[in-house]
Design a protein around this ligand. Structure first.
Ligand code: SF4
Ligand code: SF4
Length: 513
């Protein structure tokens, strides 16, 4: 029989009907115990016992009440014990697994994506090489199996997901259900990627809104990224524009294919110091978007003026370098590791120990992934550094009567828990007004997970976020990430010709006295 979609249960939920029926029978026999007790007492009806009173008055003969009470008491007790015994073999197993999954979850705020260990590939005697990413269930760890089995099917993740909310084929809940189904069916060796779809896998912006919303701490983006790594590194399958960005990174050391900007253009007419080993304290890390995207170049210039005004000892690298993060986001861990290891060697030669970043993706890479490859630094995002400078009275701002709303970048907020520093800086320059979705509930700009270089299907994520920002009636829409700035600037063009989106460094630079 063909069932309508709403009645069709996935494999992982097939036991739901019998176990729910058992629970219903426990409930019904409970009411009969109450009714029989009231009828046997032959006293007044009991306040609040609506069902028991009804049964005692209409269905249970006082002459048989005692026998019915004893019989239903035993039936009820056995059914209740049977229900408890069935839990591990039914979809209600999440009652047991969910608390275990929460117990083993990464401590927040810390959405780890991990670094692939390539050492086995260098060992010529290794009998078995580890899988690059995942294509089948057998490629996942037991912790991920726990994730798939703990899913409550509640849908909170897809309600928060920017891809799902803009008509893209990705649903984090759908991914979890598909994987749970395969696990229940024991299909550990069957290829999974095409049943999830390559489009869905690349639509993920890795924003972690799903993780934040999930009541049982499932790490959906980590699973999705494992599929993406497999597509890219094992199968050489990648959407066309992302493929061009990765090729550009391989050939020209940056992902901005087709850019007309040179590596030093952002600092023309500016006297920017070069990092001097043993003399300079902070490396100001510029990053690819600030170097090569004209709109973002202004962030670099503003930050240089802020650092010079505050008397900070800082310098930049003479040649452009990338952290490798765009490669990692697009699933190419090989390229990420290669770039990161080269940077770590060069930083060691230059004696670099402290880094100020302009981009939360660079911050995330340096602070979360480089230590696993041997590069340990004191890394600080520019919004936090500016806050310190303000508190140390090294910067003075003229506070203006302007409304400023702040867009939390996913890689600064949800992924690294930095919410207060940018807000403190903004409050020094104007009046902060919040968007409905802010802090840990912020909505992605659409550019994460390499999707800055994607041809978007469905409606545009940045249009949705720009509209939400405009609803606050703010004079300025502030960001603390060059990719967010570029996405929001583009998104705002749909609604206004005014330039309203600015980076936090530009706002501070314009308010300096
Ligand atoms: S990380 Fe973001 S885009 Fe990816 S599935 Fe989760 S909510 Fe959706
Ligand atoms: S929020 Fe968590 S439990 Fe709910 S459907 Fe999504 S993954 Fe499953």
């Amino acid at each position: 029989m063909i069932l309508p979609d709403r009645l069709r249960l996935p494999e992982a939920r097939k036991g739901f009907v019998p176990v729910s029926s058992l629970l219903g029978m426990v409930l019904i026999t409970g009411f009969f115990i109450e009714g029989a007790r009231i009828a046997a007492a032959a006293g007044p009806l009991e306040a609040g016992a609506f069902v028991g009173n009804f049964l005692a008055s209409n269905l249970i003969s006082p002459a048989l009440a005692l026998e019915i009470h004893v019989t239903t008491w035993w039936v009820h007790g056995l059914l209740a014990l049977g229900f408890v015994a069935c839990i591990p073999y039914s979809p209600l197993v999440h009652l047991i697994l969910a608390p275990v999954n929460v117990g083993f979850a990464d401590p927040a705020p810390n959405v780890k994506m991990g670094v692939v260990d390539f050492s086995a590939f260098e060992n010529e005697d290794a009998e078995e090489l580890p899988a690059l990413g995942a294509d089948k269930l057998a490629d996942f760890t037991r912790k991920r199996f726990l994730d798939f089995s703990s899913c409550l099917w509640c849908g909170r993740c897809q309600e928060a997901c920017p891809a799902y909310n803009t008509d893209k084929p990705l649903s984090p809940k759908g991914v979890m259900i598909t994987l749970a189904d395969r696990l229940v069916a024991g299909k550990l060796e069957e290829s999974l990627i095409d049943s999830i779809s390559m489009d869905a896998i690349f639509n993920c912006t890795t924003c972690a809104a799903c993780m934040e919303a999930c009541p049982v701490s499932i790490n959906q983006p980590k699973t999705i990224m494992r599929f993406r790594q497999n597509l890219v590194m094992e199968q050489s399958r990648i959407p066309e524009l992302m493929g061009k960005a990765v090729s550009s990174l391989e050939q020209r050391a940056h992902p901005f294919f087709g850019t007309g900007s040179g590596a030093a253009e952002w600092r023309k007419d500016l006297d920017v110091p070069i990092f001097e080993p043993g003399q300079t304290e902070y490396l100001l890390w510029i990053g690819c978007s600030v170097t090569y995207e004209q709109r973002a170049q202004k962030i670099g210039r503003a930050m240089v003026r802020i650092l010079q005004k505050s008397g900070t000892s800082f310098g930049i690298l003479e040649e452009f370098r990338c952290t490798g993060d765009p490669a990692k986001q697009m699933g190419n861990e090989f390229l990420f590791a290669e770039i990161a290891q080269q940077n770590i060697e060069d930083f060691s030669d230059l004696g670099i120990k402290k880094i100020i970043t302009l981009c939360p993706h660079c911050f995330n890479s340096f602070s979360r992934h480089y230590p696993k490859l041997g590069g340990e630094y004191e890394v600080i995002p520019h919004s936090s550094f500016i806050r310190i400078l303000m508190e140390e009275k090294k910067l003075n701002l003229a506070r203006k009567n302007q409304r400023i709303t702040y867009h939390d970048p996913c890689y600064l907020g949800r992924r690294n828990g930095i919410y207060d520093d940018p807000r403190a800086v903004i409050s020094g320059a104007g009046n902060l007004v919040e968007m409905p979705r802010h802090r840990n509930e912020s909505f992605c700009c659409g550019g994460g997970g390499g999707n800055y270089w994607a041809e978007e299907v469905g409606s545009r994520i940045n249009h949705q976020r720009a509209a939400e920002a405009l609803e606050t009636d703010a004079d300025i829409i502030a960001g603390a990430c060059p990719f967010c700035l570029l996405m929001l600037t583009d998104g705002l063009k749909k609604y206004t010709e005014e330039t309203k989106a600015f980076d936090i460094a530009e706002i501070v630079d314009a308010s300096l006295v």
